[in-house]
Design a protein around this ligand. Structure first.
Ligand SMILES: [Zn+2]
Ligand SMILES: [Zn+2]
Length: 331
C-alpha cells in the first residue's frame, strides 16, 4: 500500500515499468532508495550508540512511540481510510492534519499514495497491481521473489498511477493539493520535530541526535516495513474469512503495529468501511481513532459494514463461493 514516486506528487500517464519517462524513473528510484536505505543506516547507528551507551534514554523511546503512532495514524486513518477510500468525513483542518502526518511517513505524497492504493484495489493480484506478490509487469513471481517485490522492490519500478484520473476528487481539494505539493517539507518536519524534542527532553546536541535517530530513522524504518508487510505478508500468509478474488489475508501478529491494517482480508471484502477489525478481539487502533472522532463530532458519515452483509459474505466464503469485494456498507 505504499507509494514512491515523484517527490512532488506530479501525475504521470500509466506507462508500465519500461514506458516511464527516464527522468521520472530516476526520481522514483532515488526516492525509493532514500526511504529504504537512509533510515536503515540511521537505525543501525541508533542501535550502535545504544550498545555503546548500554541503553536508550526513556525519552528517546517516548519520542519514537509518539512519532510512530502519529505518523502511522496519518497513513492508516488519513491516506488510507479517509483519502483513498473516503470511509468517513471530517473537518477541513483535520483532513490537513492527517495529510501532513501521512506525508511525514515519507511513503510518497498524500494524493499519490491514495491513487496508488486505489489501483491496488482495482487490480488486486492481477497485472497492473503495483505491489502484488503474485505478479509484476505481466510476469508471475515465485514465492521469495514475490515477497521481495511486494515488500520493497516495487517502489523502485512500479507503474505510477495517474492522480488526475484515479483521484480526481482529491486533486480538486485545493488545500490538500497545497499540502501534497510540499511533500518534502513534511518529510523534513518529521525529522526536525523529533530532533527538537530530543534536544529539549534529553539535552544538547546529543539529545537532538538521539531524537533524530529514534524519532526519525528508526520510526521510518519501522513504518516502512510494517506498511509494506501489508503488501507482502497479508497477501501471502494468514486467514481468509471472506475469501475474495485476491490473495488478501488477516494476520493478527501485525495488527497492533499496523494500527489495524493487518485485517486486510476484511478490508478487501469491505473496502470502504472505516472499520477493519470486525470482531471485538480484532485490534484496530485506526478504527478506535475514527470512532473517538465520531463520538466528539469530528467525524461523520462513518461507514461500517452491515452485519447481514458480514455474515452473508462469511457464509459464502465458507461454502467456497468466489465473492467480489463489495461496498455494502452503511454510512
Ligand atoms: Zn491488498
Ligand atoms: Zn484499501
Amino acid at each position: 500500500m505504499m507509494s514512491s514516486d515523484t517527490p512532488t506528487g506530479g501525475s504521470t500517464r500509466p506507462g508500465g515499468g519500461s514506458g516511464l519517462d527516464p527522468r521520472l524513473r530516476r526520481a522514483q528510484a532515488r526516492h525509493a532508495f532514500a526511504i529504504l536505505v537512509l533510515p536503515a543506516i540511521g537505525s543501525l547507528i541508533a542501535i550502535g550508540i545504544a550498545v555503546h551507551d548500554g541503553g536508550v534514554p526513556a525519552a528517546a523511546l517516548v519520542i519514537l512511540l509518539v512519532s510512530y503512532m502519529a505518523t502511522y495514524a496519518g497513513i492508516t486513518v488519513g491516506l488510507h481510510r479517509l483519502f483513498a477510500h473516503r470511509a468517513f468525513e471530517t473537518t477541513p483542518w483535520l483532513r490537513a492534519v492527517f495529510a501532513v502526518l501521512g506525508c511525514m511517513a515519507a511513503q510518497g505524497p498524500a494524493i499519490y499514495w491514495a491513487a496508488n492504493h486505489r489501483v491496488h484495489h482495482i487490480r488486486s493480484d492481477r497485472d497492473g497491481d503495483p505491489h502484488s506478490p503474485r505478479i509484476a509487469n505481466g510476469r508471475q513471481l515465485g514465492r521469495w521473489e514475490g515477497f521481495w517485490h511486494a515488500q520493497a522492490g516495487w517502489t523502485f519500478s512500479h507503474r505510477p498511477a495517474d492522480v488526475f484520473a484515479v483521484t480526481r476528487d482529491l486533486t480538486r481539494d485545493r488545500r490538500l493539493m497545497w499540502i501534497n505539493q510540499r511533500y518534502l517539507w513534511w518529510v523534513a518536519l518529521g525529522l526536525i520535530l523529533p530532533a527538537l524534542a530530543g534536544a529539549l527532553a534529553i539535552g544538547g546536541i546529543r539529545g537532538a541526535v538521539l531524537g533524530l535517530l529514534w524519532g526519525g530513522a528508526v520510526r521510518l524504518t519501522l513504518s516502512y516495513h510494517f506498511t509494506n508487510a501489508i503488501n507482502s505478508l497479508t497477501h501471502m500468509i494468514g486467514t481468509r474469512p471472506f475469501g475474495g478474488r485476491n490473495t488478501s489475508t488477516n494476520l493478527w501478529p501485525i495488527a497492533l503495529p499496523t494500527l489495524g491494517e493487518a485485517w486486510h482480508n476484511n478490508h478487501h471484502a469491505f473496502p470502504t468501511s472505516a472499520r477493519f477489525g470486525l470482531a471485538v478481539w480484532e485490534v484496530d487502533i485506526g478504527w478506535w481513532i475514527i470512532r473517538s472522532l465520531e463520538a466528539v463530532g469530528l467525524a461523520w458519515n462513518v461507514r461500517r459494514p452491515l452485519p447481514e452483509s458480514i455474515s452473508a459474505k462469511r457464509a459464502a466464503a465458507a461454502a467456497g463461493m468466489q465473492v467480489d469485494d463489495d461496498d455494502r456498507v452503511t454510512a
